[in-house]
Design a protein around this ligand. Sequence first.
Ligand code: URP
Ligand code: ZN
Ligand code: ZN
Length: 479
Amino acid sequence: MNCRDTVPLMSLLIRGGRIVIAADDYVADVLVDDERISLIGAGLDVQADRTIDASGKYVLPGCIDPHTHLDMPFGGTVTVDDFESGQASAAFGGTTCHVDFCIQAQGQTFAEALETWHAKANGKTLIDYGFHIAVTDLRDEERLEELAALPEQGITSYKLFMAYKNVLQVDDETLFRAMEVAASSGALVMVHAENGDAIDVLVREALARGDTAPIFHALTRPPELEGEATNRAVQLARIAGCPLYVVHVTCREAVDPIRRAREQGWRVWGESCTQYFFRSIDDLAQPDFEGAKYVYSPPARDAANHAVLWDAVRTDALSAISTDHCSFLWDGQKTLGKDDFTKIPNGGPGLEDRLKMIHHFGVGEGRITLSRMVDLLATQPAKLFGLYPRKGTVAVGSDADLVIFDPERRETISAASHHSRCDYNMYEGTEVVGAPELVLLRGNVLVEDGELVASPGSGRFVRRARFGETLAAEPATAP
Ligand code: URP
Ligand code: ZN
Ligand code: ZN
């Protein structure tokens, strides 16, 4: 990776690009002054320190990834991408802000967990970031009070795992109590919705039969168990009175209860992740342990679900697409489970590939519009996670987090050229048309001409607004 020092720009004029936001699509100039967008208009009669000709290009808001796991201990190892390599990878893919999961260890206070995660990020960051708190232990009454106070620190989303028994899974009491806290603290509750208890039984039965190959990861986590947990979370959130966001939705069984809830006007949203539109259960059956590359949870489903997911994101049954980037080396980390699929660390890479893949196969093949793509990758994540309108759009006063996207640029996705430390790419060899050419973070060049320009430490922690509140367009502050 090539780095050169960031030179802070005072002003920047982007001329003649096609500005694509969730609600509009038009050609205009954008003036950036001191980190923010100061003016938008056709044929602006202004001077700037640097002018970029964006004719024939799209000017998009920097994408926001609401679901990443950097430097996370999991499955007996630690993800291979830390904040530096993970965020570099994000930057090359046009993502300028992400919200990572800060995981509370058993018996830990949330303050201790946050201190650990801030330390992981400090000095390494290239893009802006926030944290969700992943709640694993609420047994101590004090934790409930601490949880209620987290939105004051800009931690405005609580994540609970309904799976990963004896590791991260919480029981329904814990889930429901966190939901009640969220209902009054202004946080959004996020759930990993799979029935971990039933999965645990199926896993033990599979191992007893000697079924140890990667494919049994998928076969012991059937879609019905995702649907059941999704519906349970929707109903519990309804009773608790909190807003709910279901992460990494993979299949019809889970889309249906979310769609029904949304049709009723309930405060329920769902996301899917890039890999679920492209990978299928057949990938886990690849020989020579190659299937382990696709071991993540919930698992890739049968290919018929690809159309279900495209339809869901087009019709707003699902409102965002994240990556769930949780990268492990195939050689040395995934191989921990060579003889037992339960020991394969769960997760896959993808932070860099989301925009290119969704643009090529979503917009390019006519499944969604350009504006809907921006909505799914930037605007909805910003609105749902308290970043809007500072981020997630191209508007006067917003941070100048911008992607100059060349719709004609041809790239072949590969581990040989990606910026993650992962030794494989889930879309290896895929040829896409359309890729970021220049990426700006708060008006500063982050990536240009295939080079990383920013230096580690330039990304800032963002204190996010409470659910449903807007984030004022003022400078992000340090933790
Ligand atoms: O397999 C996955 N998805 N790993 C990351 C943790 C999670 O469940 O999101
Ligand atoms: Zn999960
Ligand atoms: Zn995840």
